[in-house]
Design a protein around this ligand. Structure first.
Ligand code: C5P
Length: 281
């Protein structure tokens, strides 16, 4: 069976402080978007978990979040999952789009369905939180306010299909590094960090401050994007390195894509998509 693992963006991400356990206390509005990895999962009689991925740069052994999720499902349910899992990546990694976290959450949801274990949502969220801070969000398959280190998820209505352009340079940003630099970081003069307000909410990301200090390209990209006529708003997603644009109109995406490429070169990943309030409906 085929399962979709969508990407997310953070429309807002406020860092409230560093906690004693080293994680950071967050408040973030996260919204799924209409690009997804796919997981093809087949049950078999024996052989345990066999995992393959079309992206050779990802580990396919026990380190992979999909394999870890499948093992955790086995431990929690008492069922040894004999499955073949083939992952097709469309969401880049190191991107702030939650690709790996979504793959892991989708694995938990898919195995729960395939083995008819009917784990409660709370049980799935508890497992998800062991795999990473962003994984619980993807269990809900809905726009949500997330709090704590990410494990407290409150689904919210977000009935807006905002037209987006996602733009990612060829480098990634390591999430632990971005958080570790948050407290000591400073704003770069003339770079716009302030919240951008809209009828549907605001765009603001406290991790731009540490990330832009080192990855100045991202600050330049955001500043340039905000000056383009097609752009209603622009923001880095999560800990980067994706900067997304909320377009004034969906049909302007090709023109902006072309100008981004002219200005910054061919080696950017650029992807048009839209926000999705609730998945699968
Ligand atoms: O939980 P996850 O593995 O996704 O987090 C990666 C790293 O990002 C953590 O080890 C931590 O350094 C940092 N982090 C944080 N506060 C959060 C989420 C992540 O400091 N709320």
């Amino acid at each position: 069976m085929e399962f979709l693992a969508p990407a997310k963006i953070n429309l807002s991400l406020r860092v409230l402080g560093r906690r004693a356990d080293g994680f950071h206390e967050l408040e973030s509005l996260m919204v799924p978007v209409s690009i997804a990895d796919t997981l093809e999962i087949t049950r078999r009689e024996c052989g345990g978990i066999e995992f393959t991925c079309d992206d050779a740069t990802l580990p396919t052994g026990g380190d992979n979040l999909v394999v870890r999720a499948a093992r955790l499902f086995g431990e929690a349910s008492g069922i040894e999952p004999h499955v073949r899992i083939a992952l097709t990546k469309r969401i880049p990694h190191g991107a702030g789009l939650g690709g790996g976290s979504s793959d892991a959450a989708t694995t938990l949801l898919a195995l729960d369905q395939l083995f008819a274990t009917r784990l409660s949502r709370e049980a799935l969220v508890t497992l998800a939180a062991q795999l990473g801070s962003d994984v619980p969000f993807f269990i809900y398959q809905s726009a949500a306010m997330i709090r704590g280190r990410g494990e407290r998820v409150e689904p919210v209505a977000f009935p807006h299909a905002l037209p987006l352009l996602l733009i990612k340079p060829p480098f990634g940003v390591p999430t632990p590094w971005a958080y570790s630099r948050w407290a000591a970081s400073r704003e770069i003069p003339d770079v716009p960090y302030a919240a951008q307000r809209f009828p549907w909410g605001e765009l603001v990301n406290d991790l731009e401050r540490p990330v832009f200090e080192k990855f100045i390209f991202l600050a330049d990209l955001k500043t340039w994007l905000l000056a383009q006529p097609e752009v209603a708003g622009a923001l880095m997603s999560g800990s980067g390195a994706t900067v997304f644009v909320v377009l004034r109109a969906k049909d302007t995406a090709p023109a902006l894509r072309q100008r981004v490429t002219q200005e910054f070169g061919e080696n950017l990943w650029v992807c048009g998509c839209e926000t999705v309030g609730v998945l699968g409906r």
